[in-house]
Design a protein around this ligand. Structure first.
Ligand SMILES: [Zn+2]
Length: 347
């Protein structure tokens, strides 16, 4: 029996996924795997914490080009992206905040950096045009949230109350553009206060990727294992969503690495192999392959990294045409759990 036929046989076999306290038996879930692709969209906002953004000029300049190319490929291969956009990035230059930003220290540092470089860098901080480009894609995309000023949970000035205030500002800016924010990506994947998400109408967030490297002893052991894992062309984890309170955790599978510093020594082929193997696993067994990246990371080697993504998308298309996998946004995954009639809570 060919791999394809075996995969189809598994596809026809009814399965049941046990997801924490929730059992899912929907037709949707047993008929195919899912491919989720989330993109942390922040331009310079993600670099403020690193003491400056001047070292990333060339990547920032190329980011809009990368986003356009990504959207072209999404249209060509039928991929739905979940774009987690920093609230401030959604705004036009000179547009008034809908309220007072809560992380005053962070905002002051940001303004210091903006003033230091001057107004010619405004396009690194304001990207309402990017949101419009995403919305114009012929394949429906989701605009999600990446906090208002890229505030990182767990750092000073990031308690639940301030998180709540940041989210309300994001919602207000999105409302001006008639966008309903349903999905959230934590800056630096620092997950905290998930109850604040559901209070603000968010139904899904991206959780941390499960990894075999957690089992390694000691901090150094884990660090070495994490580095080694980047070089190994083994499959990334296939993940399952879980309902946590009123919000769905859609964990990450694999970060599509930039090509700066040490990561330039990781062949693009390894990124592609990891992704393709994981996609095939999700297709044959069910579950989600959740790829994620930053558009500005792809800008570290646009042609090389976009070429790698295209190979992944080609494999996705092949599997999708066989009915084995479907592209989904994070909120669609959440809806299939929260809203599906066939979802039942285990007693
Ligand atoms: Zn970020």
């Amino acid at each position: 029996m060919t791999d394809q036929a075996q995969a189809e046989r598994r596809y026809l076999k009814p399965t049941e996924l046990r997801i924490s306290s929730v059992t899912i038996t929907s037709e949707e879930t047993r008929s195919h795997g899912s491919f989720v692709f989330s993109l942390d969209t922040e331009l310079a906002w993600g670099s403020v914490h690193r003491g400056g953004y001047a070292n990333h000029d060339s990547e920032f300049e190329r980011t809009r080009y990368v986003i356009d190319r990504l959207l072209e490929m999404f249209e060509q291969y039928g991929v739905k992206g979940t774009w987690a956009v920093v609230g401030k990035l959604m705004m036009d230059e000179g547009e008034q905040d809908p309220g007072v930003p809560v992380d005053a220290g962070h905002v002051a540092e940001t303004e210091r950096q903006i003033n230091w470089r001057g107004p010619s860098d405004a396009h690194f901080w304001h990207g309402s045009d990017i949101v419009e480009r995403i919305r114009a894609c012929a394949v429906p995309q989701e605009i999600g949230c990446h906090n208002y000023t890229h505030m990182i949970m767990g750092q000073p000035n990031s308690d639940a109350e301030k998180f709540d205030a940041e989210l309300k500002l994001c919602k207000a800016v999105a409302d001006r553009r008639d966008i309903d924010l349903k999905s959230f990506v934590y800056p630096r994947n620092a997950v905290a206060h998930t109850d604040v998400l559901s209070r603000n109408g968010i139904t899904s967030y991206r959780g941390v990727a499960p990894s075999w490297t957690w089992r390694m002893p000691g901090t150094l052991g884990k660090r070495v294992a994490r580095l080694a894992d980047h070089f190994l062309p083994v499959s990334a984890p296939v993940v399952k969503p879980s309902l946590e309170g009123d919000v769905v955790n859609v964990p990450a599978s694999y970060s599509y690495l930039h090509r700066s510093g040490w990561a330039r020594y990781v062949p693009i082929a390894v990124r592609v192999q990891k992704s393709i193997r994981s996609l095939r696993k999700a297709s044959s067994r069910g579950g989600i392959f959740h790829l994620w990246t930053h558009p500005f990371n792809i800008a570290s080697d646009p042609e090389g990294l976009l070429g790698g993504l295209e190979r992944i998308f080609q494999e996705y298309r092949r599997l999708e045409e066989s009915g084995l996998v479907k592209s989904a946004t994070m909120s669609e995954i959440a809806d299939s759990l929260i809203g599906g009639e066939s979802v039942s809570r285990a007693s």
